[in-house]
Design a binder for this molecule. Structure first.
Ligand SMILES: Cc1ncc(COP(=O)(O)O)c(C=O)c1O
Length: 358
């Protein structure tokens, strides 16, 4: 069977696969509320929050972003958006559709937005919210300055929202560190669960903001999810029950491993790729070593190769990786270090890529 080393979805542990086929139960029964309760308490540990809430929605990462934006950002608000690529653009789109006014700060491709320009914009007093993508999956950049920027923004009275789809649980980021109000992610990334569950962690303050928000959509209303969660782990709508079973098992595996060890595993696997592949002509897309993502490692393909030929060769060897996105389409590959993969898998991938260039 092929191993998924894509930017998500990822290969699943056999325990998670088995859990997916457990018999269905009614989501209005006490037994299911217990399952949701276990998941919620586990997610709060994983998010590093004691007073916040993690909203669990049935849907993909885009739903998590839309719910976060529609529940935290008000119509007509001015939003400062730090963007490093495709998912920054999508976050911008979501904010515009909400009827808010985003102003984008970006850098040249592969480079990180500098702190000074963001601090200056925050100090201008023009913005209500700071929005960021922690790991820009399209280029494999973990913008580790997001924490400092978030803290600065909060000290200046802004709300801070973060799309952490491929960062959460693979980077050192927690909700209660006073840097962020809302952090979204999804099940098919570092959590190593099947796709289909959207998560948004809300700080205690953000729960209140969402509770007061005039959210135009019931499905996106995180105030409602948070209230239901606090009232005994009920859910506002019919959840994707089988996916909750898978999520519970994946969460148990992650928490048993320990959050620090879990993050370290991603970091070690990615570090192996970053240190070995440039020797064979695969240049790192992100040049500044401080911002190399732990979960998605992006490389330009060597001269004379196409991304298609490289991904094709890897597929013959049993590994599926992602191609570049946007302007990197056809020119780069992205290798995910998430999910049920081992150091041997990474070594295998490196050998195949080495053989390809002779
Ligand atoms: C940073 C980021 N945001 C949002 C998404 C969208 O997630 P989905 O495709 O699950 O809707 C992704 C997916 O890769 C992502 O990496």
């Amino acid at each position: 069977m092929e191993k998924l080393l894509t930017a998500g979805p990822v290969s699943l542990d056999a325990r998670v696969l088995r859990a997916l086929s457990e018999p269905l139960t009614s989501h209005r029964e006490e037994g299911f509320r217990k399952i949701v309760g276990e998941i919620e308490e586990g997610l709060k540990r994983a998010y590093g929050t004691s007073d916040g809430v993690v909203c669990i929605l049935s849907g993909s990462g885009t739903l998590a972003v839309d719910a976060m934006v529609n529940s935290i950002v008000g119509r007509g608000e001015n939003v400062l958006l730090v963007s490093h690529g495709e998912f920054g653009n999508r976050l911008c789109d979501s904010i515009s559709r909400r009827g808010a006014r985003p102003t984008k700060i970006s850098a040249t491709e592969g480079n990180a937005v500098g702190e000074a320009s963001v601090y200056e914009a925050i100090e201008s007093g023009r913005y209500d919210t700071l929005a960021m993508v922690y790991t820009e999956t399209s280029i494999g950049m973990a913008h580790r300055s997001s924490d400092k920027m978030g803290k600065f923004a909060k000290e200046h009275g802004l709300k801070v929202i973060v799309d952490a789809a491929s960062a959460m649980f693979g980077e050192d980021l927690t909700l209660d560190a006073g840097c962020f109000d809302a952090v979204s992610t999804c099940s098919q990334k570092c959590l190593a669960a099947p796709p289909g569950i959207a998560l948004v962690g809300l700080s205690e303050e953000a729960v209140e903001i969402a509770g007061r928000a005039e959210c135009a959509s019931r499905y996106l209303d995180l105030g409602l999810y948070a209230r239901k969660m606090n009232e005994g782990y009920d859910l506002p709508q019919t959840p994707a029950v089988s996916l909750f079973y898978g999520l519970r098992e994946a969460l148990r595996i992650m928490l048993d491993a320990g959050m620090n060890e879990w993050m370290e595993k991603h970091r070690r696997l990615a570090a192996e790729l970053y240190s070995r592949l440039p020797e064979y002509g695969y240049a790192r897309v992100v040049k500044d070593g401080r911002f190399l993502s732990n979960s998605v490692a992006a490389f330009e393909v060597p001269h004379g190769c196409t991304a298609e030929s490289v991904t094709g060769r890897l597929r013959e060897g049993g590994y599926v990786v992602s191609e570049g996105m946007g302007s990197l389409k056809g020119k780069a590959i992205r290798i995910g270090t998430m999910g049920d993969i081992s150091r041997e898998d990474i070594s295998d991938v490196i050998s195949i890529l080495q053989d390809l260039v002779g």
